[in-house]
Design a protein around this ligand. Structure first.
Ligand code: FPP
Length: 239
């Protein structure tokens, strides 16, 4: 049985399989992403209903910039639409929006929309929806290491001040608790440069379901299964 300290607060998801979903139907990959964006809405609502505090979604990785210009443009268009319309709905429901990732690589109009949304929802107290956009975990860790080196060189901190807390505070996910659950859809079993530091003690769940077909029922099944897992964080269970 899970203990109170293991209260489920945070689920992180790698939303994989949009392209294969479309291919199976003889449709362009972009249609798969569009259907995937609808699943994003359904899963957010389902997560809110469970009382979850944080939901982090991998929407676009730093590696995704290497896809065809057509696919990148269509993903950016989808995001634009989402930021404009759907996220307003989330704001009305009291959801707080946060973005993690390398903003300087994103189109300026998208960054502006992201900043507006973060500002507009910052005092909301329901679930925090964290969207990883142009996100790469190794880049995030390097960025933290550079910032800490700068502080040390300036004499603001001593190298011995660098502990897990200070390091975590330099990451994009500052103040967000580590995920309890990681879900990856589509049968792939990789982390793909996602939250490498933050997933240290996370429980992993892999499903064959392609992201556009993932639904509330499957999310709730994973949550139930999580509750039967015993988390030890490297310790031995007390007798
Ligand atoms: C992986 O499928 C998915 C992505 C690279 C993008 C995820 C984006 C969405 C779900 C839609 C937009 C998001 C928001 C927040 C509105 P893939 O293309 O790698 O699929 P494949 O492995 O089958 O080719």
């Amino acid at each position: 049985m899970s203990k109170e300290t293991d209260k489920l607060k945070h689920i992180a998801i790698i939303m994989d399989g949009n392209g294969r979903w479309a291919k199976k139907r003889g449709l362009p990959r972009t249609v798969g992403h569009k259907k995937g964006a609808e699943t994003v809405k359904e899963i957010c609502k389902a997560a809110e209903k469970t009382g979850l505090e944080y939901l982090t979604l991998y929407a676009f990785s730093t590696e995704n910039w290497k896809r065809s210009q057509e696919e990148v443009d269509s993903l950016m268009d989808l995001l634009r639409q989402y930021l404009q319309s759907d996220l307003k709905e989330l704001q009305d429901r009291g959801v707080k929006i946060r973005f993690i990732g390398e903003r300087s690589m994103l189109p300026a109009d998208i960054v502006e929309k992201m900043e507006n949304l973060e500002a507009a929802t910052k005092d909301n107290e329901k679930m925090t929806l964290c969207i990883a956009l142009s996100y790469g975990s190794r880049q995030e860790i390097l960025h933290a290491a550079r910032r800490l080196s700068e502080l040390a060189v300036r004499g603001d901190i001593a190298p011995s001040d660098i502990d897990e807390k200070l390091f975590s505070d330099m990451l994009y996910t500052k103040d967000i608790p580590d995920p309890d659950i990681l879900i990856r859809t589509s049968g792939e079993q990789r982390i793909s440069n996602y939250l490498l530091w933050q997933l240290a003690y996370t429980e992993f769940f892999f499903t064959e379901t392609l992201w556009p077909d993932f639904n509330e029922k499957q999310l709730l099944e994973i949550i139930d299964s999580y509750k039967t897992r015993e988390r030890r964080y490297g310790k031995i269970e007390a007798e």
